[in-house]
Write a protein that binds this ligand. Structure first.
Ligand SMILES: Nc1ncnc2c1ncn2[C@@H]1O[C@H](COP(=O)(O)OP(=O)(O)OP(=O)(O)O)[C@@H](O)[C@H]1O
Ligand SMILES: [Mg+2]
Length: 232
């Protein structure tokens, strides 16, 4: 499939976001993967940052015991530039109810889940309007796809209208990346055309605070969620 990795016209995506009807976006988005370190927390932070920049009320529900997003919030506050969105702890017993409550109150909700928890992956996927699964083109991730496919198959039994999409993270266009590409195409898995490159800014900056140019690929993902043709 044709992949896209960078904006052609600087500012075009920000403009497209400004004129888009963002109320059509999925209200509850869950970031899920079976593998740790796939990019769930980074995506949660960047998506929430871009959404709040474009005027959406958005709350991150951090369901990871390690509390990456909570630490990011603390780190940002200590640096004097607080995150532009609130982060709440999602407790095991309460996160689904809380996600619904927040959504009913008019917020978008981003659920950040831990790696390696089928239970949370399943629970978050059931409450979410869209499940975003970051996968990176290391051999390890390619091997792990089998497990992911199993979980998705199980989920589709209980939620036949499950809306999920994979997204390539740390994409470098090299051999592993191209082979993951083929594997995904072979399985006919739904995925975003937009890929996220390996980029030090995503590591270096406190989550949710990156230069505008690095936010563009996340704008493109959101526009894809609206099924808009993006020039990225
Ligand atoms: N595209 C990228 N470019 C550079 N660094 C990245 C990229 N994606 C993720 N990272 C970095 O890789 C590390 C792991 O990412 P992240 O914490 O988002 O993964 P995770 O899926 O939330 O992990 P866990 O399952 O442990 O919660 C972080 O330091 C993050 O900043
Ligand atoms: Mg995480």
């Amino acid at each position: 499939m044709e992949l896209k990795s960078s904006a052609i016209t600087p500012g075009s995506l920000a403009e497209a976001m400004s004129s888009a009807d963002l109320s059509r976006l999925p209200q509850i988005i869950a970031l899920c993967s079976l593998k740790g370190g796939a990019g769930k927390s980074m995506f949660s932070g960047q998506l929430a940052a871009v959404l709040s920049q474009h005027g959406k009320a958005v709350v991150v529900l951090d369901c990871d015991n390690e509390g990456s997003m909570l630490s990011a919030q603390r780190e940002a506050a200590n640096s004097g530039v607080p995150l532009p969105f609130p982060v709440e702890v999602g407790t095991r017993d309460g996160y689904k109810r809380r996600a619904r409550e927040l959504a009913e109150a008019g917020n978008m909700v981003i659920i950040d889940t831990p790696g390696n928890s089928r239970e949370l992956l399943t629970g978050a996927a059931l409450v979410a309007d869209l499940v975003v699964v970051p996968v990176s083109p290391s051999e390890f991730d390619i091997d792990r796809l089998g497990g992911l496919l199993e979980v998705l198959d199980d989920l589709l039994v209980v939620k036949p209208n499950l809306n999920y999409r994979l997204v390539l993270n740390r994409y470098d266009g090299l051999a592993d990346a191209r082979s993951l590409d083929k594997v995904l195409d072979g399985h006919g898995l739904p995925r975003f055309q937009q890929v996220i490159k390996e980029w030090t800014v995503y590591r270096k900056f406190v989550r949710g605070q990156v230069p505008d140019k690095a936010a563009d690929p996340f704008r493109a993902l959101l526009l894809e969620m609206l099924d808009m043709e993006v020039q990225a």
